[in-house]
Design a protein around this ligand. Structure first.
Ligand code: MG
Length: 230
């Protein structure tokens, strides 16, 4: 059996923090833009960078990269400030601690994240819900690395190559995610996709987008592991 690089999405794949994420985004955007009221934009599975740009454009604000960097720092501070609320109101999705533990222990699996969150935000969310230490966050692809999610696949593979010396290919890289954007990231970025219907997209939506493997959730540890290694 060959090695696998498994890259997990965070929100609605590993955990769910409800409205808190959108609230923190909106507060940080208001603080950074100086707007007293702004129109929110939607799009599950966007990177933070793309969500920031789209929100800027919807509100007549210039989406400059340095403005995004300031926003990202403000948002990370917001997540830190509301850490206790995330711990209290957030929830870990079914089967997640078990499958992450199995992947962390598996000699043929490198396990990290591919998420629209920044690395710091992702680490805070995981820690708040007791999932820290189960993936190697230094190796992933994040929402402040690139605007376009498919490009994060290459970013993560390069980090893994540099850190471990192992080159993963589209056949040996697996994304696990809940949105059509996760499916698209796999298709365009070059990876297999294991889609989970724990977000707003239904299993039928995910299949129609081209996901060959769609699971209801991650609770059947042996079945998930078999898919990751297949
Ligand atoms: Mg997600």
């Amino acid at each position: 059996m060959g090695k696998r690089l498994v890259l997990w999405d965070v929100d609605q794949t590993l955990l769910d923090i409800g409205r808190l994420g959108a609230d923190i985004f909106a507060t940080s955007f208001a603080d950074c833009s100086g707007l007293t009221g702004h129109t929110a934009t939607r799009g599950p599975g966007r990177t933070d960078w793309l969500a920031f740009d789209e929100t800027c454009l919807a509100n007549g604000v210039d989406p400059a990269e340095e403005a995004f960097r300031r926003f990202a720092a403000a948002q990370e501070a917001g997540v830190e400030a509301r850490y206790a609320e995330i711990a209290r109101f957030g929830r870990v999705l079914p089967g997640v601690p078990e499958i992450l533990r199995r992947c962390a222990e598996h000699p043929d699996i490198v396990s990290s994240l591919l998420t629209g969150n920044t690395r710091r935000t992702a680490e805070l969310k995981l820690a708040a819900l007791g999932l820290d230490g189960l993936v190697d966050t230094a190796l992933g692809g994040y929402g402040d690395d690139r605007r376009d999610r498919p490009e994060l696949v290459g970013v993560a593979r390069e980090r893994v190559q540099r850190a471990t010396g192992t080159s993963f290919t589209p056949d040996t890289t697996v994304l696990v995610g809940d949105t059509l954007n996760d499916v698209r990231a796999a298709q365009l970025g070059g990876a297999r996709i294991v889609a989970v219907a724990t977000g707003t997209a239904s299993a039928a939506d995910l299949r129609a987008a081209g996901a060959e493997t769609v699971l209801g959730d991650l609770s059947d540890t042996e079945a998930v592991l078999a898919e990751l290694l297949s």
